[in-house]
Design a protein around this ligand. Sequence first.
Ligand code: ADP
Length: 447
Amino acid sequence: MFQKILIANRGEIALRVLRACKELGIQTVVVHSTADADAMHVRLADESVCIGPPPSRDSYLNIHQIVAACEITGADAVHPGYGFLSENAKFADILAAHNITFIGPTGDHIRIMGDKIEAKRTAKRLGIPVVPGSDGAVTEDKEAKRIAAAIGYPVIIKASAGGGGRGMKVAHSEADLEVALQTARSEADAAFGDDAVYIEKYLQKPRHIEVQVFGDGAGRGVHFGERDCSLQRRHQKVWEEAPSPALNAEERSHIGGVCARAIADLGYSGAGTIEFLYEDGEFYFIEMNTRLQVEHPVTEAITGIDLVHEQIRVASGGGLSVRQEDIRFHGHAIECRINAEDPRTFTPSPGTITHFHTPGGLGIRVDSGVYSGYKIPPYYDSLIGKLIVHGRNRVECMMRLRRALDEFVVDGIRTTLPLFRDLVGNADIANGDYDIHWLEKYLAEGE
Ligand code: ADP
């Protein structure tokens, strides 16, 4: 087991990882920017190192500073959290070259999944169902027209280097295709310095369903069921639940089994999420994230297994603590992402939290690094906390969520809490009847 883990992140996830380390009796080091000197994870860590000024590129993305912090403090492993350097293959390689363990997969696995064309090709080879489309990058317009006609309109053009929903364009007919290709290519080139694009069938009312997987790096793979993250705004997840209201036990165990076998065949190590669009009973792979997800607590709630403990175990060579048959699903869990944003316009609302009171009671978990008097710096993303509610079934979970939202108090700034209070009373949400476009339509109607 590791002696000392350096946590290369901030906010709620830094605290989340710190808690797991403490439980496992591992010393903790956190790094932070000058803007985060007062953060909760800095207060609670055994050691902390200031690695630079507020902008992320000078601090949380500064590989040299982070490696230097490992060497100064004698950390033998790094947990990257999510975002920042968590899917940076070069960072994983550099740590390996310094004999520091990256708590995550190998640099090569990160690289494969970071390139969407390569990821899709790999998924297909491993027997994971993918969205019908081009086999690789499409360079000629003529070829694009032929492929689009074969799969049928509408189609979506996506950037191979894509992320965050950038470089994606939908074409509804051949007349739109040339412009869509050109725009996607130039957006991809501007955003990622790589203009490679590919074509897929555009699904019109899919759900976003993702499978939590784990590999032990030695050929064993397991799945922890799925999460439904269809409630999104601008491709950003807002509300996540496990299990998906749309799947039955048979579908769950089928897609989970496919994913677990793929992870085993890949020789993958650590936590991963295989993301699908789901429509009319079919799954279509869209991408794999090679890290812990923001929404991992809903999976923890229904399985009772600490996924960060598992990540640390696997990275230290101790293997997984569970076999597939040990992973059972109990009840239902929902996570609300509470952002420091206006609940109608979603403009960021940094500033001082004058009063912060979290709900409690059976089945309630709040993961947050903020506190009364905390000043939210304007430099980072606006997530200030996650409310995770568990119940014996979805109805109980929703009742408990409504009560928890009523108790939650955040004063001094604007937050997205009112949005969740609306959603929890909505009939479609109560019925679990929504797809990836539902939330944007709902918000547009309210304007
Ligand atoms: P990114 O990495 O940029 O977030 P993804 O491939 O994960 O891109 O897709 C992001 C979102 O775009 C999906 O959650 C979905 O809403 C939409 N999307 C992607 N591919 C398709 C498709 N083939 N059909 C319909 N919507 C799609």
